[in-house]
Structures are given as C-alpha cells and as structure tokens.
Ligand binder design. Structure first.
Ligand code: UDP
Length: 246
C-alpha cells in the first residue's frame, strides 16, 4: 500500500529529522578507499552513502566513441540492490542511464580533457545506501576520486540538493540537502553542482515547481552548504596526501 503524504515536512522551522532549513545532514568525505582504482572516494550525506572509483585515462571501448582531440569522462551511476528499502533490480534501468549521462556531462567540465586524446576515463559511482540526493553525493565522490587519481582538473565539482517542502498550512519552505521523505513528498527538489573557484554552474535538474524568488533563496542556501562541501573535499584530499608523505 502506498504511504500517505505526511501532513507536513516542516513545522516551526524544524524538518522531520530536526534540521533547520539551511542545515545539511552530517557529512563525511574520505579518499583512497579502493586500492585497485587509480583514484577513489566515499561520501556520506546522513544515511546516503556513495563510493566512486576512477580508472584511466585508458583505451576506449567501443572504439567508435574515441575522440581524436580529447578523452571522454564516462560516469556510470549504479544503485545497488540492497541500497534501498524495496530491493532494487540489479543493473542500469532508465533512471540510472539518465543519471549516468548527466553526471558524465558534469564531470567532463572539470577535467582538462584535451590532455588525453583517444582515451576514456571511467568513473564508477556506486550507491551503497540511499536516502535521497544520491546523484549529488555521487558527484562529490567522483570529484574527489578524480583529484585522487591525479587527473589535471580546472576545479573540483561541488554538489548538493535543495528543495521546497510544505508546512502544516501547506505553505512551501526552501531547504538544503533533501532526504528521502522530502524527496518523496516535497513540492520540488533540485540537484545542483558548481565549479566553485570558477563560479560556474555545471548541473541544475529540477523536479516540481518553485517561483523565481524561491529558487534564488534555495540557491543562496545551497551555496553556503557548497562552501562546507568544498572544504571537506579539500580536507579529505590533504589528509590522504599528508599521511602518504609521512
Ligand atoms: N529510490 C528508491 N528506489 C529506486 C530509485 C530511487 O528507493 O529505484 C529512492 C532512493 O532513496 C533515492 C531517492 O529515491 O535516493 C530519490 O531518487 P531520485 O531519483 O530523486 O535521485 P537522487 O535524489 O537519489 O539523486
């Protein structure tokens, strides 16, 4: 039986998990988690846990995808069967294919792709536990994993989600880092990514409706959160290399 929409997702400024509108869930970023990969990282946003592993630049298959003047960064996003409450059918469906395409486009913007013509860089993004915002967690993991692999990058990619959720009177409120009940029952959710130092927007995907003012309010809140995510990405990379240099 389908669950009923809760009467509210925010009341007196508090969300169902106790967060204030601008609060992200507790975040953890760790790099170098998969030895066999050239670069890797794990990102946790609350109960959402995602691992990324980078291989390449390497030969590209199928060959017809080869580009004579650049490498192709290919993200493969996968949500593992045990990562969600109702077991997910293994393998990529329509949703996974679409997310992989969008994340590939985003990641290509961060790499100096012309440095490695005729090759591919494969980025495997595996969701091991899902509590919404998995694609944006995946982008942060991929960004750190690509830097960990030593790829020449013009910037890191920082990413979060924001959304609109209803209070007990049905009024919408903008919030950052959407979790599952808010994704299921909220009025809108937006996946957002940026190259922070270049101040370039590289992903914006929206489900639902918001007004222009609500959008910019959410964006401002999300940008504050991206500052913390950027710092956490840099700290994770520094930690690994400081430890490695001891
Ligand atoms: N989800 C699920 N089963 C699915 C697809 C999604 O349980 O087959 C859940 C999962 O928690 C996911 C959330 O729905 O994180 C939101 O999915 P969405 O497609 O909005 O992408 P996301 O927010 O994870 O990037």
């Amino acid at each position: 039986m389908a669950e009923e929409r809760p009467k509210y997702l925010i009341k007196a400024g508090k969300r169902l998990d106790g967060r204030k509108p601008g609060d992200a869930r507790p975040m953890k970023i760790e790099t170098g988690v998969i030895e066999n990969a050239e670069g890797s990282a794990m990102v946790e946003f609350g109960k959402t846990k995602v691992v990324a592993a980078v291989y390449g630049p390497r030969d590209i298959h199928p060959k017809h995808m080869m580009r004579s003047n650049r490498t192709l960064v290919r993200a493969r996003y996968d949500m593992l069967p045990f990562s969600v409450e109702d077991r997910k059918r293994p393998g990529p469906g329509r949703r996974e294919r679409e997310i992989s395409k969008v994340l590939s486009e985003t990641l290509n913007t961060a790499v100096f792709v012309e440095k490695f013509p005729r090759t591919a860089i494969d980025v495997f993004i595996s969701v091991i536990q899902a509590d919404a915002s998995t694609r944006v967690a995946g982008l942060n993991a991929a960004s750190v994993a690509m830097a960990d692999a030593g790829l020449p990058m013009r910037d890191l990619v920082v990413s979060t989600s924001f959304g609109k959720i209803h209070d007990e009177k049905g009024k919408g409120h903008m919030v950052v880092d959407v979790f599952k009940p808010e994704d299921n029952w909220g009025m809108a959710d937006i996946a957002y990514a940026k190259l922070p130092n270049l101040d370039k927007y590289v992903l914006l995907q929206m489900d639902g409706n918001v007004t222009k003012d609500e959008f910019f309010k959410g964006l401002e809140m999300a940008d504050k959160s991206l500052d913390d995510i950027y710092k956490a990405q840099v700290a994770a990379l520094k930690k690994k290399y400081m430890e490695g240099s001891k």
